[in-house]
Design a protein around this ligand. Structure first.
Ligand SMILES: [Ca+2]
Ligand SMILES: [Ca+2]
Length: 217
């Protein structure tokens, strides 16, 4: 509890003049590029801003367009254990969740357990303490190999006001032959009316609550 208080105080001190945005910058990628975002792209991996994506040999959903506007971000991993990250920092307060649209396009099969995760770090950047992380999808949990999901809307609420970095992540497993993808669009800070909010799980001593709202398609 003492540590938590210290983190919040530190965040309050860092916010002024740090360049951290209260709102999301280019959350729908309508600039056609990654303006406003930071990233980690290992060798062979990629993050592109695209108008469409398809996986003709996949199972489940196999083609995607943007959920908002004309563009979305497409993250690809590569190499054993390589982690591709796309992130931005926000001053967040309880009841004002970060919402985003997301899909998963696995190009791999069991036991090559590629995974997509959402991680939250304290402060600016991904070098700070990890507040919480959740697996959005993984090959081992998919109903079929080479699985793709429709776009889904997720939201992330915090239990304590502070400065956080939210990272969308895709990781390769065991080999670098069959890479997996995630798509991200329409990232925004929003207010969910209480009756619509359904708490799935708590992470980190109630600091973060993760909400899953609905599927779009
Ligand atoms: Ca968009
Ligand atoms: Ca793989």
């Amino acid at each position: 509890m003492k540590k938590l208080t210290m983190i919040c105080v530190l965040a309050a001190l860092v916010v002024p003049g740090s360049g951290v945005r209260a709102a999301v910058t280019n959350g729908s990628f309508e600039t056609g590029d990654l303006t406003g975002w930071s990233w980690t792209i290992p060798a062979g991996a990629s993050i592109d801003v695209v108008t469409s994506h398809s996986d003709p040999t996949g199972t489940g959903t196999t083609s995607w367009g943007p959920t908002d506007g004309s563009y979305f971000a497409l993250l690809k991993t590569d190499g054993p254990g390589s982690l591709t990250q796309l992130y931005q920092s926000y001053s967040m307060t309880p009841g004002n969740p970060l919402m985003f649209d997301y899909f998963w396009d696995s190009r791999d099969y069991k036991p090559f357990d590629d995974t997509a995760t959402l991680s939250v770090y304290s402060g600016v950047g991904v070098g700070g303490p990890l507040v919480g992380s959740i697996t959005l999808n993984s090959v081992s949990a998919d109903p079929q190999d080479y699985w793709g999901t429709p776009w889904q809307t997720w939201s992330l609420d915090v239990g304590s006001a502070g400065l956080y970095t939210v990272a969308f992540e895709v990781r390769n497993s065991l080999d670098g032959i069959l890479d997996s993808f995630i798509g991200i669009d329409n990232v925004r800070l929003d207010i969910i009316p209480a009756p619509e909010a359904v708490l799935l799980a708590g992470i980190g001593v109630g600091l973060i609550g993760w909400l899953r709202r609905r599927s779009i398609l």
